[in-house]
Design a protein around this ligand. Structure first.
Ligand SMILES: *Cc1c(COP(=O)(O)O)cnc(C)c1O
Length: 429
């Protein structure tokens, strides 16, 4: 039986994302029956006729609307490519997005999206702590382009975020611009502080502004399995695919997903900035998507067991897992509403300071000392002296990034082996 490669159900039975990852959006008949998509390692595509070329460009350049049944013709690999399209179609399924676009890095996705959304005199609100590159973009680069940016910390408190959003909208009006976006990273790195997306969406909806600013969520830490921001009022989702989705610490890529009208603006900017990824990376990511669920489930189960054991450990002062036992009741309530799991990146506060943290890190045998997260192998890092070293002492204190904080990204190894490694390293303090 030949199946429609875009069917998302079997008769009346709806198929789950993990099933669709094996074949959705790829027709083997178009590629000599090859069960897996070949890599379309090509810069440009041959038009069957001059008329086709004309029609394809009309759609690509927005000179006319696409017919409902019409697929965008293949033109040039800075605009589209079969490997990218297969990957984007599959990625969109997990979050229930209209459309996904893939980029050459997480930062390419984030910066291209912000360029697409903002204009001079606009204001953008963003939550802190944010990923270092994101922080730099908002703090240093967007202001150079006439976009004012407002950072909000203490944002576990929905009231603070609400006031900041309202004040930023007023500031935008006074500047003759708009509040162009509210940008949220949740859980925050490295503290796993959660931001209430529904409360942020409600604050935006209550604004008196002709076009509501999109709520943009960096979902790298828990997505796409454990947090689905579009279900909680978000308009756009961003990913560093380098992390869980790529999952093997062997590539750099990013994505933006969401509503069709907003994605059209992001697509325009991606085409012009040229921040699309290449066919080989897209092919690797398509392969990674086939095992995404089992990798994320296993690493989360490992992390949950390590959290359980570390919480009682004599060398450990606190364990910072998303919505965990040591977080506030308000944070736990947000977790219960918004998250489907705690993921597998968490931090521990050791008893002691930098010296103790370094002794532990240097004693690790299995956990590798590296930044990044979400790979099959476990990693450990010291945020205060590496990823967050450019924070002022006040900012570190506000965000809870002490010298005794160690971040762990848990992989899919045997959990007894991982605990044995942590336990012996803690013993070396
Ligand atoms: C890694 C990361 C990024 C940046 O992604 P790159 O792929 O390194 O460009 C953005 N946000 C978060 C939360 C990240 O962890």
């Amino acid at each position: 039986m030949t199946r429609d490669h875009r069917a998302r159900s079997l008769g009346a039975h709806a198929l789950a994302p993990e099933t669709l990852m094996m074949g959705y959006g790829y027709d083997p008949a178009l590629s000599e029956g090859s069960i897996k998509p070949p890599i379309f390692q090509t810069s440009t595509f041959v038009f069957r006729s001059a008329e086709d070329g004309k029609r394809f460009f009309e759609v690509a350049y927005g000179l006319r609307e696409k017919d409902p049944e019409e697929a965008l013709g293949l033109i040039y690999s800075r605009i589209n490519n079969p490997n990218l399209e297969i990957l984007e179609d599959r990625l969109a399924i997990w979050d229930g997005a209209d459309k996904a676009l893939v980029f050459s890095s997480g930062m390419a996705a984030i910066s291209t999206t912000l360029l697409a959304l903002s204009r001079p005199n606009d204001v953008v609100v963003y939550t802190a702590p944010a990923y270092g590159g994101t922080e730099y973009l908002f703090d240093r680069i967007l202001p150079r382009m006439g976009v004012a940016t407002v950072s909000v910390s203490d944002c576990g408190d929905a009231e603070v975020l609400d006031q900041t959003i309202r004040a930023a909208a007023a500031q935008a009006k006074a500047r003759g611009g708009r509040l162009a976006a509210v940008y949220v990273e949740t859980p925050a790195n490295p503290t796993n502080q959660l931001i209430d997306l529904r409360a942020a969406a409600d604050s935006i909806r209550a604004l008196d502004q002709a076009e509501a600013p999109p709520l943009v969520v960096d979902n790298t830490f828990l997505g796409p399995l454990w947090q689905k921001p579009l279900d909680h009022g978000a308009d756009l989702i961003l990913y560093s695919l380098t992390k869980y989705v790529g999952g093997h610490s062997d590539l750099i890529a990013g994505a933006c997903l969401g509503r069709a009208d907003l994605m059209a603006r992001v697509a325009e900017m991606r085409t012009i900035c040229g921040t699309i990824t290449d066919p080989h990376t897209a092919w690797l990511l398509t392969r990674s998507l086939e095992t995404l669920h089992i990798r994320m489930e296993r690493s989360q189960a490992n992390a949950a067991e390590l959290v359980r054991r570390l919480r009682g450990h004599p060398k450990v002062e606190a364990v910072l897992d998303a919505g965990g036992a040591e977080s506030s009741p308000a944070q736990q309530a947000v977790f219960a509403r918004q998250c489907l799991g705690a993921g597998s990146t968490f931090s521990i506060r050791l008893k002691g300071g930098e010296a103790e943290a370094f002794r532990m890190l240097n004693a690790l045998g299995l956990f590798k000392l590296a930044v990044s997260l979400g790979g099959t192998e476990s990693l450990a890092s010291h945020p205060s002296s590496t990823t967050h070293s450019d924070y002022s002492p006040e900012a570190k204190a506000r965000c809870g990034i002490g010298d005794n904080l160690v971040r762990l990204s848990v992989g899919i190894e045997n959990v007894e082996d991982l605990y044995a490694d942590l336990d012996q390293a803690l013993g070396a303090i």
